[in-house]
Design a protein. Sequence first.
Length: 526
Amino acid sequence: MRVLFTALLLLLASGAPADGQTDTVQGTTGAPVVLGRDTLFYIAARIGPLSAADRARGLSERLARLAEDPQRTHDSLSLGHEEGVVNIVLGAEVIASVTQGDALAVGISQDSLAAERAAIIGRALRSVSTWAIVRTILIGLAKALAATVVLLAAIMLLNRLFPAVYRRIESWRTTRIPSIRIQRLVLLSSDRATDALLLGGRITRVAIIAILLFWYVPLILNFFPWTEPYANRIFEWILNPVRQVWLAAIGYIPNLFYIAVIVAVTYYALRFIRLFFDGIQRGTLVFPRFYPEWAMPTFKIVQFLVFAFALVVIFPYLPGSGSDAFKGVSVFFGVLLSLGSAGAIGNVVAGIVITYMRPFALGDRVKIADTVGDVIERSLLVTRIRTPKHVEVSVPNAMVLSSHITNYSAAALDGGVILHTTVTIGYDTPWRQVHELLLAAAGKADGLLTDPRPFVLQTALDDFYVEYELNAYTEQPNLMPRIYSDLHQNIQDAFQEAGVQITSPHYENDPAAPKIPPAFRPRRAE
């Protein structure tokens, strides 16, 4: 629009030449030089084999061609002398020549005649080219408008056609689009097949619109001389990368065979290694001092090493592996991984060390730092423990490795783990009686072993009472809270029946022996 506006201003400023108007120099004899409907001047002399008529006709054709070129500026006319001829030059092109014969025919000097004819040619070209610019712009706008209408009509047609296709495909769901199966094995369900068709339709619609735009933009640019050079460049900008990618893909096919062979060898090697470690885990393969629970962790380590080795072998065959950009990205990700995963790598290393240390197994009752519970999961990063309160605690393996680990279940397998509790009894109660009462309470508690027998230790003689520690064995450390609760209940019942006062935790006086209401007395076996 700016070019059109400028052209209209030039048109109004210059005006169109009137019919029959001529702008000539002195003399009207010879062959006329015509531009449009105007006769600019006459040529009366010949040059070599060219007659005056031939010179006039050739100049008229050159001027018509220059006038139709809207990109050519006509303000750069200049004069040049060459072997007795004065040339009228536009840019680097000689468009007319003035000889001494031409000057004699009109009766003025050769330089003056050349200057006058250059001025006449310049005014005529500017006048005619203004109309040519306007006509070119109007024709280009008309073509662009027609192309835009066609494009919009095509897009509207696609917007109406494809939704109808989508609805038809949706109506075929589970009816005309069956599931793809082999006997009872469903390879592709009807819903997934319908979704795949809908996705293909949407991709097709976008591709068609992209192709239309791909042809529309260069076509619009081709309608105007000022933008015509860019039309071909757009095709080159788009097609050259596509061509390069296609050639690179064709040239990359031999490397694909190398990669396919490496992947196949790696796949079957891992299958064999997995079969080997499965045999160790099941016990069909036995190696001295290699425990079955080490099989899967060791397989994962070997699997990672095999993958890493395969990746190193495949790396040279990857596209762009030798470019500086690929190397830079690889270094960047390496630094990012090393800085951001220090804690994770520490936990992984700790998890591997814990695996081969075998401090506990799944289901063991353990105490790690201040957490007591059953091990329910052990991974390379964390160890998960379920506490007696049914709360899951995730302990990082680095913390597990740096903490004291108490395994109650391992001790229970070797003669049982000892549970102990402490009571304080005054000096007025014979110690033998206290021992009998504590051992009787231990004998009634569920979950405690009778062999090895429970035993009592007197751990301290304080100012007002004696500390007695009851120790009993159990093979069920997972039930420790319940066993402790039953044991404490039995101790209270035994001492209350015997009339012995428990002075824990503080001793103040000697009240009368506590009496148990009949409803709360333990039932005796009849």
